[in-house]
Design a protein around this ligand. Structure first.
Ligand code: ADP
Ligand code: MG
Length: 238
């Protein structure tokens, strides 16, 4: 488990600044949801935490350690994307174990970790299937499973359910909630869906145009929105 701290974080692409000095403290073990309209910088912020984008200025700390200039692989994080990016020619089992295999992890250890992830995500019956023979929800579970086998301190999710139909989305929300209860890791979950934010989050971070408008529990944001933007976005009766 690890907390995540961002200090005066700035990100520019060329000479366009898109993240404008974000200060944020995300507590260890909490399920934090980044919410905000399209283009406000949710994915960029997540990628800066993951080490998939270079910080322009400011600092990223994970578990009390300055990781600002550390490459993604050394940060103890795993990221789940909207597009599942499974390997089509590999079975579910091979997809789950691939990252560990590439890192030279022992075969028996891989099997143990893959079986554990498959059990948590109820993928046991599908281990020998290829991705094309899976439903959307099953594919998304494999993508989450690939993160679980790496045993990360911090899970990052970037709109992982937006390709699924409404019914499946509700089911997967519950599953990710259960996963969080089971593993107890710090999880940061990006969505533009207010309902997802309100139902899944311990804490919500409302982003607007590259800065944080408000950070608090769903109840705090609902009952005490700092401004009309937050109220409108969270759906407060104000
Ligand atoms: P969100 O995930 O909230 O929709 P993004 O983080 O993807 O927003 O984008 C925030 C802003 O940064 C947008 O204006 C977007 O166009 C810009 N942006 C994101 N990635 C790049 C990039 N690689 N190069 C240039 N601009 C980018
Ligand atoms: Mg995005």
């Amino acid at each position: 488990m690890a907390d995540v701290k961002l200090s005066k974080l700035v990100k520019s692409f060329g000479n366009i600044e898109v993240i404008h000095g974000v200060d944020l403290q995300i507590n260890s073990g909490e399920f934090t949801v980044f919410v905000g309209p399209s283009g406000c910088g949710k994915s960029t912020l997540l990628r800066l935490i993951a080490g998939l984008e270079e910080v322009t200025t400011g600092m990223v700390e994970i578990g009390g350690k300055d990781v600002t200039h550390l490459e993604a692989a050394g940060r103890g994080i795993a990221m789940v994307f909207q597009s599942y990016a499974l390997y089509p020619h590999m079975t579910v089992e091979e997809n789950l174990g691939f990252g560990l295999k590439m890192n030279g992890v022992d075969k028996s250890v891989i099997k143990e970790k893959v079986d554990h992830a498959a059990k948590i995500l109820q993928l046991g019956d599908y281990m020998s299937r290829k991705p094309k023979a899976l439903s959307g929800g099953q594919r998304q579970r494999v993508a989450i499973g690939r993160a679980i086998v790496r045993n990360p301190e911090v899970f990052l999710f970037d709109e992982p359910l937006s390709n699924l139909d409404a019914e499946l989305r509700v089911e997967m929300r519950l599953e990710i909630g259960k996963l969080h209860q089971q593993l107890g890791n710090t999880m940061i979950y990006v969505t533009h869906d207010q309902v997802e934010a309100m139902t899944m989050a311990d804490k919500i971070v409302v982003l607007r145009a590259g800065h944080v408008e408000q950070h608090g529990s769903p109840l705090e944001l609902y009952t005490h929105p700092q401004n009309l933007f937050v109220a409108g976005f969270i759906g407060s009766p104000r």
